[in-house]
Design a protein around this ligand. Structure first.
Ligand SMILES: Nc1ncnc2c1ncn2[C@@H]1O[C@H](COP(=O)(O)OP(=O)(O)O)[C@@H](O)[C@H]1O
Ligand SMILES: [Mg+2]
Length: 465
């Protein structure tokens, strides 16, 4: 039986047994105490509806209630999940001992007080831990099942610790189906389903982005239809920003990593860390995003580490990966909300020569590949004005024209530098206070080699006669 199912069942058993006695008090307890700060993500309206259903149909009411509370349970249990991983690690390293194991009864040391131990019945999901006795809340049941299951896996073969057994399937517990409201984000013919708003620091904010043309439409299609997505485009065309914007608009947590420095095996998959004298496995961004249903944006993926590539190939083929934790294989399945989005610069562009091409193996596995270009001159001019407070439209258009002449020269291999929308924005910001030439120098021309700068200056002089 899957762990999430066990938890749902435990919750059901608990509610049916307990709510009959004093429901209203319990509601208060659940909202105010059990979920603490996470109670803000519980929809009170749906909660009350579930209580009403419960009055006439307890079984259905419990299921409704569970749906309403899922997200809050998930958020509340996240630290528990981390603790469980740490325990598993200790167990594998033989620093944690199981005192007894008798059929379905497991006696384990208390992690908070090692001189204490308690028993967990894996069958009835009962536990004699005093904490559980005191706070009769399904979450506490879950906590112990969670620990026990992490320790012993589905087959519960404690004696077999040292043998390499087949990868236990870690259906990451408490990460249940995403709560999705019926509101959607539309662009063109496509729509993205929004998630319920909840406090998560990975949800981007403060992003302003102008959508134009069919690229964003196709990107939305890919994300909504769970296609793995690769965005190709010159630096600064807005590849990363577009994904961050979509994440912001749909309340989706997003993890972003970039190129050589961040897309490493350690960072992506995870590593062992010493915490308070014990070695603890810390998940990398890939299992983290996969299990929690976040989006993962990998920028500048042209040349990635072969170790990471192998795992990405596995992921793109099966929506699951195997990572090795303390010598044990561990299977991580992708949550249905998880998306992988990659970006790269155009492989045939002269300025990126020398950057390795993405391997065909990996490239071939992307289901949607979109080529993104700079905004149209009209839109780009409006954008740089709106983001900087620059008001001279004629000059703003010339600034964009200047940028496009450099971009063209770059495509033709005459200049080995490009002008990003980002640097046009800083150009325009300076133009609010300084003359055009000085602004161009500091925002754009000084970044170039002297040969490129001479050519760019010719283009500049031709436009700003
Ligand atoms: N469509 C757009 N709307 C708003 N800003 C944009 C847009 N395209 C690019 N930009 C600006 O250009 C900058 C670079 O975008 P970014 O997404 O980092 O480029 P890329 O990932 O393609 O290299 C952004 O920070 C933003 O200021
Ligand atoms: Mg980028």
């Amino acid at each position: 039986m899957k762990l999430s199912q066990q938890i749902a069942d435990a919750f059901e058993r608990y509610c049916l047994e307990y709510f009959q006695k004093d429901f209203s008090k319990h509601k208060n307890y659940l909202l105010k105490v059990a979920f603490g700060r996470n109670s803000s993500i519980i929809s009170i309206k749906h909660f009350d509806e579930a209580i009403l259903i419960y009055a006439t149909d307890p079984n259905r009411g419990v299921r409704e209630l569970y749906n309403v509370l899922q997200s809050a349970i998930e958020a509340t249990m996240q630290p528990v999940e981390e603790k469980a991983s740490a325990l598993l690690c200790q167990y594998n390293n033989s620093t944690l001992e199981v005192e007894e194991f008798d059929d379905d009864i497991v006696k384990v040391q208390s992690s908070s007080d090692p001189s204490n131990s308690y028993t967990v019945n894996l069958d009835s999901l009962e536990c004699d831990c005093p904490h559980f006795q005191k706070i009769k809340f399904a979450g506490m049941v879950c906590k112990h099942i969670l620990l026990a299951n992490e320790l012993f896996g589905e087959n519960r073969s404690v004696g077999e610790r040292k043998e390499t057994s087949p990868a236990p399937e870690i259906t990451v517990p408490l990460i249940l189906d995403m709560q999705i409201t019926d509101t959607v984000f539309y662009y063109g013919s496509q729509k993205l389903t929004k998630r319920e708003r909840r406090g998560n620091s990975h949800i981007p904010s403060g992003i302003r982005y102008v959508l134009e043309g069919t690229s964003p439409e196709m990107a939305i299609y890919a994300i909504e239809n769970n296609d793995t997505l690769l965005l190709i485009g010159e630096s600064g065309v807005g590849k990363s920003k577009m994904i961050q914007y979509f994440a912001q608009e749909t309340n989706t947590p997003l993890i972003n990593a970039c190129g050589h420095n961040e897309i490493t095996v350690e960072n992506m998959l995870g590593s062992l860390m010493a915490i308070n004298g014990s070695t603890v496995w810390k998940n990398g961004i890939l299992p983290e995003a996969m299990s929690k249903g976040y989006w993962l944006l990998l920028d500048e993926i042209n040349s990635i580490d072969p170790g990471v590539m192998k795992v990405l190939n596995e992921l793109l083929d099966n929506r699951r990966i195997t990572i090795t934790v303390a010598g044990q294989p561990r299977l991580v399945k992708a949550h249905k909300g998880f998306r992988l989005i990659c970006t790269m610069n155009p492989p045939d562009s002269p300025i990126y020569k020398g950057i390795e091409m993405m391997s065909f193996e990996l490239m071939d596995r992307f289901e949607t590949v979109i080529y993104m270009d700079y905004l149209s001159p009209d839109t780009e001019a409006k954008l740089i004005m709106s983001q900087t407070g620059y008001t001279d439209e004629m000059t703003a258009r010339k600034i964009v024209q200047f940028a496009n002449s450099i971009r063209l020269a770059m495509k033709q291999g005459e200049i080995f530098a490009t002008v990003t929308t980002r640097s046009l924005i800083s150009f325009c910001k300076k133009a609010v206070s300084f003359d055009i030439r000085t602004s161009a120098e500091t925002a754009i021309l000084r970044k170039m080699s002297s040969a490129d700068r001479d050519k760019a200056l010719d283009l500049f002089n031709a436009i700003f006669k």
